[in-house]
Design a binder for this molecule. Sequence first.
Ligand code: UDX
Length: 438
Amino acid sequence: MKLSVIGCGYLGAVHAASMAELGHDVIGIDIDQAKIDALAAGKAPFFEPGLPEILTSATATGRLRFSTDLADAAGSQVHFIAVGTPQKRGSYAADLTYVNAALEGLLPYLSDGDLVVGKSTVPVGTAADLAAKVAASGSGAMLAWNPEFLREGFAVQDTISPDRLVYGLPPEPAQAEASKALLDAVYESALGKDTPLVVTDYATAELVKVSANAFLATKISFINAMAEIAEVTGADVTQLSTAIGLDDRIGWKFLKAGVGFGGGCLPKDIRAFTARAEELGRGESVAFLKEVDAINLRRRQRVVDLAVEALGGQVNGKKIAVLGLAFKPHSDDIRDSPALDVAVQLKGRGANVVATDPEAIHTASRVHPQLTYEADPAAALQDADLVVLVTEWDEFRYMDPSWALPLVKTPTIIDGRNTLDATAWRAAGWTYISLGRP
Ligand code: UDX
């Protein structure tokens, strides 16, 4: 099929390349010339395992092309909108400027029977508004909502073999049938592998995405709240998590206590959800998400407080080695990263922060040039008064404590992800401090 993907950021670039990998003829469109040039040359503008390989192969075959001109969307049967919906400045609400601009720009190039497919995460009600604009254009095109559940670090795999597909279809039956047929053709490969499919209306499809992220965020903040209780009772939150996760109604996934969640989705999505619920007069229904956010932010503060305590209250001029900058491993994404937040806060207290990360130094140094960065963990650790692990890259998880010991000035480590082997670190001579554990 001929597809266009409007917006070649994280979601759009992965979607465009993955659809081409599945055999579709794809044009990726973005207003950022530098991004388009990089993608057209087969280069991923961010770190995502597997993406460079499929970009290179699909651009080489000509199945994947890139452009800055929306006119190049003409001739595609299905047009995905995959632009960002960032948090508005000074508010919790989502900023729909890019979504609206993408649709307005696309309208002149739509033909009868084309399908516009929303993939961006939007406040519930957006799809109906956009569908009205498509209808008013008189093009005969239709609109569907098809949320995306990809995880950074597994984005290609999650797009090519999703764990479920959700179609939010138009209310009019003939349009719903035609839209479904087009989406089925796009996702033929996944549907052939018996991927579960939920066919629903616009509002439900929009809510599936935000409620899934709200649930995941709540699960993490729940266990982090238990970590706070563990800290004043002498209990061990990692054992608590293991024990409650054994109940398969609860499960272990997303039950790992630590410095909390970050990234481009969970924090902004729960905030946008509360803002939208308030607009709808149902603020109280999701008021708990404000607590989820507050617990999450408190965990960052806890790591900073533990660092200050470990340094005997004297932070000024002390060298702190920060292991990790990305919001999670296998990513160079520093959006709302707890790791970077901790590093910046410690720097703000006068510490000489030297941070290291296998992938995120280039993104972090652009936003926070005041920190010192070292690509080599040994250089970051050299003469450190304190070590703080905040992103659980394998390089840090499996670091040999005996190797690290002679490098530092004071062998104290704060494990902000409860990921190290505490016994091994203590046996090697370290003072080991973690979250929610004695
Ligand atoms: C998330 C959703 O998982 C995905 O379905 C959605 O499409 C986009 O948002 P992503 O932002 O890539 O994906 O990250 P995810 O793997 O969900 O991790 C989010 C954050 O939670 C990370 O900062 C991670 O470190 C943290 N986390 C995760 C925990 O602190 N504890 C856990 O147990 C799990």
